[in-house]
Design a protein around this ligand. Structure first.
Ligand code: ABN
Length: 169
């Protein structure tokens, strides 16, 4: 059985016969140069997903695009999340909707807003988007009312929102 030394020796000789020193250095140079520029190449980390923009938004700020028709306190500031009521509250039986433009992809999305009920007002992150909001005669797009009135526990705590679809057109 050939020893490790003789195997390495044979491989080195083969390499020496088929590759010039300059050629080997040039190849290593190309590999190292490629590795050096890799980290600075622009990489699309969104993978084309519209909702990637969701991850970059701060759900506790009123200027988050999906809050365009919000009226009330963000549950994300009140112990819940942008789309889940805080513990100890229950979701209202009635919602309203808004149509909000996502600046990242230029599309309009239908957003559903729902009040969380059963605890006194959270008092934080009070946001008033009111885009396309209408008075009570258009109940489905009316936000300036305590929709917890539909529940057994009528006290208003905060509001959640969910993107339910992309608008036609
Ligand atoms: N729909 C939000 C809200 C709750 C209480 C009072 C006004 C508006």
């Amino acid at each position: 059985m050939p020893s490790f030394d003789s195997l390495v020796d044979a491989a080195s000789r083969r390499l020496a016969m088929h590759a010039s020193r300059r050629g080997v250095l040039a190849r290593w140079g190309r590999i190292l140069a490629g590795a050096a520029v890799m980290p600075i190449l622009p990489i699309d980390r969104t993978h084309g997903r519209a909702e990637a923009n969701e991850l970059q938004m701060d759900a506790t700020q009123c200027d988050y695009w999906k809050y365009c028709s919000m009226d009330g306190q963000l549950c994300s500031c009140c112990g819940g999340t942008a789309s889940a009521c805080p513990p100890g509250t229950e979701i209202s039986k009635v919602s309203w909707v808004g149509t909000c433009r996502n600046g990242a992809d230029g599309k309009d999305y239908l957003v559903s807003y729902t009040d969380c009920c059963g605890r006194s007002s959270c008092g934080l992150c009070d946001c008033h988007g009111n885009v396309r909001e209408r008075p009570g005669y258009s109940m489905g797009v009316h936000n300036d009312v305590n929709w917890c009135m539909a529940n057994k526990e009528i006290s208003y705590h905060c509001t959640v929102s969910v993107i339910v679809g992309v608008a036609d057109g």
